[in-house]
Design a protein around this ligand. Sequence first.
Ligand code: NAD
Length: 367
Amino acid sequence: MKLPTMQKRRTFINKTGLLLSGISIIPQYAFKPNFQKKKLSVCLVGLGNYSENLLAPALQLTEHCELRGIVTGSPEKIPLWQKRYGLADKNVYNYDTIGAIANNPDIDVIYIVLPTGLHSIYAVKAANTGKHVWCEKPMAKTAVECLAIIDACTKNKVKLSIGYRMQHEPNTQKVIRWSKTKPFGAIEKVRAEIGWNITKPPDTWRMDAELGGGLIYDVGVYCINAMRYTTGLEPVSVTARHENTRPEVYKEVPETSIFKLDFPSGIMASGKTTAAENVNILRADCTKGWHELSPFQSYRGVKGKASDGTLLNSYIENQQARQMDDDALAILENRSLMVPGEEGIKDVRIVEAINKSAETGKMVKLS
Ligand code: NAD
């Protein structure tokens, strides 16, 4: 894997032993470093598409973590996973035995990659084992469930990270920096939209409201998160509506959600998630110019431009590997994680407000 600059720097630091010798060239890395372990061992919970095709392969590319365990309710998947990744029998669990990970020194991190409606129950169980918790986005279905995860991690003194890989992506990180440096003046408007023209919707939990299905959860949180990191602010109110041109298909979850978030200083943010149109854009219009990423949410090829000709075209080979390495290193060095639970709960609160506004037809104020 081609090492991105930051990783090269980390590799350089590791190889030269600068930290061990007490000479730190990056001050925050000197904060309570944990040299007992070089790599964190990760246990994936739920072996669906994201675990199988993205996270497990990405874990083979990471520098600071490795795949050592699995939790699955599908016994037929176990032999293939064990063969492919050399997983020991004692590191294979099911949903009833997950609590026993508490006694397994092979596992450092439990990564929840289940349907959204199940995140809370298993993330709390994971925290209660005393292992660190990584939880996929959206953090959970409700803010109450998110709070339960945060409380369990706090009580067990373990770290919690939410799988918002975009915040680890370099072009996105430039947009985040611009929210503070404001090179194009004050932001006036933000637009964040994601959708696909989905002719054959999946017949899975993604269409099941109880399990946290629906695009407003699945990718709406990317739009909301982007509005928040682009402005660097928290919204004060939400107005939203759901639209459905295929009620016979979208029986439980909306086909399209259109929402407006009002931010302090009068910044207006408009968002959309849709299963009826291909769209993937994050744009900020400012007093002295504009910038945009399109696509702004993609496994590869996040790119964009700005009104002064700046191109946002940094490339990283594997976003998931970068995210997990960033999080593993933060844990090993006892630093704060880039996307903690407090970040996940903010977006879920806003999804709940969007749904409430769409249901009542009224603006919902956010406290
Ligand atoms: P998936 O449907 O492919 O896999 C879900 C897994 O959960 C399956 O292994 C399934 O067997 C298991 N499962 C356990 N109990 C279940 C139940 N009661 N009903 C249905 N499945 C059950 O889903 P996925 O695409 O792998 O998504 C899993 C999580 O990962 C979701 O939270 C999703 O939002 C997140 N995700 C994140 C990204 C990202 O880029 N960060 C991308 C895709 C998915």
